[in-house]
Ligand binder design. Structure first.
Ligand SMILES: C[S@@+](CC[C@H](N)C(=O)[O-])C[C@H]1O[C@@H](n2cnc3c(N)ncnc32)[C@H](O)[C@@H]1O
Length: 431
């Protein structure tokens, strides 16, 4: 891999090499092909509205907003683009579909697929495809085919005979309706929502199903529009400002929970600790699959009555509902930690008359994860076409997520736990 000695802030080439150096040092760039692509494609030409140094920062560039200010299109963060392109394993000559356009990532893919490859990028928003078409032409990547369509329904003629060799999904998706469009042996990389948690997952298609084989990366992308929009099934406990969401699984009634949320909870200690900077995303994925009635709990900041203490801050917290009772995962600071960033214990708060039992149930799963799966950086995820599976019942099936097009199974390898081994996770809000 090449490196550049200069860091001139007015020189896009220097900035581009500086960014690639940074991504390689952090392990996001892992092959010469991805390294070459990131050092070649002029990212700033796809983001003319921002200063050069912003275009080459390791962050998203928002390019389109809805009327309420929500970002609806962006150029994704370079670290995540590099991770996803590495996971896609694109080779010269490959036929590749990118879902969600912007132009820049399609140009990176075009570098990887080479002159004999075929790259299609597809977006639901004509303003995005207009822009992508223009920038791809201006930068010399006009061989990329740009299509305006809802990815939920790939238009006839877009999918090549035998399917794509790789599909890279760059929009937050609740389901994977693209298995048929992928060639056998092909790669699909997507930020998949499992119970509201987003995971960038690389799959290989084998005998008609998708199988993940790499560590998962936690990420955030702009929301899906069109017919693939997911239903958050968000319910509000009356008079409390507390919301419970069932993005997967069967939503439960919540009205009866109001009294439980007005009294102090019981606290079940797990004696399992986590560092202040240590991700524990696989714990929430494990709890989401293991526990019936799993949901995610959030609270309006101005409705906080002190009962949910500490309230979930940046992200909704893991919770389960048991009749008129509820348990939720929380962390309690118990020290500074060796790095000074804090040492926390997982505790489970039980609300309502049966809250202590629900809390015990959740605490047992925290212990199970810690003992058996904590160092498993890579639970194996399989996506099978729903059409070939038995209809999903209303009973909880552990670690199975029934989607519209697919049935997702999460297999947890048994690996004796060690906190020190839990390291792999990206940051959020990157696409
Ligand atoms: C993060 S941006 C894509 C970033 C781009 N790949 C890049 O070069 O960095 C996500 C895009 O997905 C698009 N999108 C949302 N829902 C879609 C759908 N149903 N079908 C196709 N595109 C969709 C949005 O319009 C948005 O432009």
């Amino acid at each position: 891999m090449t490196t550049s000695p200069t860091t001139d802030l007015d020189d896009p080439t220097a900035l581009r090499h500086g960014l690639a150096d940074q991504l390689a040092a952090a392990g996001h760039i892992r092959t010469p092909a991805v390294d070459h692509a990131l050092r070649t494609v002029p990212r700033h030409a796809f983001a003319p509205e921002v200063p050069l140094h912003t275009a080459y920062a390791d962050d998203i560039v928002a390019t389109r907003h809805s009327d309420d200010g929500t970002v609806t299109s962006s150029i994704s963060a370079p670290w995540l683009q590099a991770d996803m392109l590495e996971a896609a394993r694109i080779q010269p000559g490959h036929r590749v579909l990118e879902i969600g356009s912007g132009g820049y990532n399609a140009a990176l893919i075009a570098e990887l697929a080479g002159p004999n490859g075929q790259v299609t990028t597809l977006d639901i928003d004509p303003a995005v495809t207009d822009r992508a078409t223009r920038f791809l032409r201006q930068t010399g990547y006009d061989q990329v085919r740009v299509v305006t369509a809802d990815a939920e329904h790939l238009p006839a003629g877009v999918v090549p005979d035998g399917g794509f060799d790789a599909i890279v999904v760059t929009v937050d998706t609740w389901d994977l309706p693209w298995i048929d469009a992928l060639a056998e042996g092909g790669r699909l990389v997507a930020p998949l929502r499992l119970h509201g948690y987003h995971w960038a997952i690389g799959f290989t298609k084998d005998k008609g199903a998708l199988h993940s084989d790499e560590p998962l990366v936690v990420c955030g992308f702009v929301a899906m529009q069109g017919d693939g929009v997911w239903n958050t099934n968000r319910r509000t406990v009356p008079g409390t400002g507390v919301h419970l969401s069932w993005e997967d699984g069967t939503p439960l009634p919540v009205d009866q929970l109001a009294p439980a949320l007005t009294r102090e909870p019981t606290v079940t200690r797990t004696h399992i600790t986590v560092g202040g900077q240590e991700p524990f995303d696989t714990l929430t994925l494990h709890l989401a699959g293991a526990l019936p009635g799993f949901c995610r709990l959030s609270v309006d900041p101005d409705a906080d009555n002190g009962i949910l203490n500490p309230p979930p801050r940046h992200w909704p917290g893991a919770a389960i509902v048991r009749g008129a009772s509820l348990a939720r995962l929380a962390t309690e600071r118990i020290g500074d930690g060796t790095d000074g960033k804090g040492l926390y214990e997982f505790v489970v708060h039980g609300h309502g008359t049966q809250g202590h039992l629900a809390a015990q149930e959740m605490a047992e799963q925290v212990e199970h994860w810690h003992r058996n799966h904590r160092s498993a950086r890579c639970p194996l995820i399989t996506a099978r076409p729903a059409a070939g599976c038995a209809p999903a019942g209303t009973d909880h099936e552990p670690h199975v997520f029934a989607k519209k097009h697919t049935r997702i199974t999460v297999d947890w390898p048994i690996v004796p736990g060690s906190a020190a081994l839990l390291t792999d996770s990206g940051s959020c809000g990157a696409g």
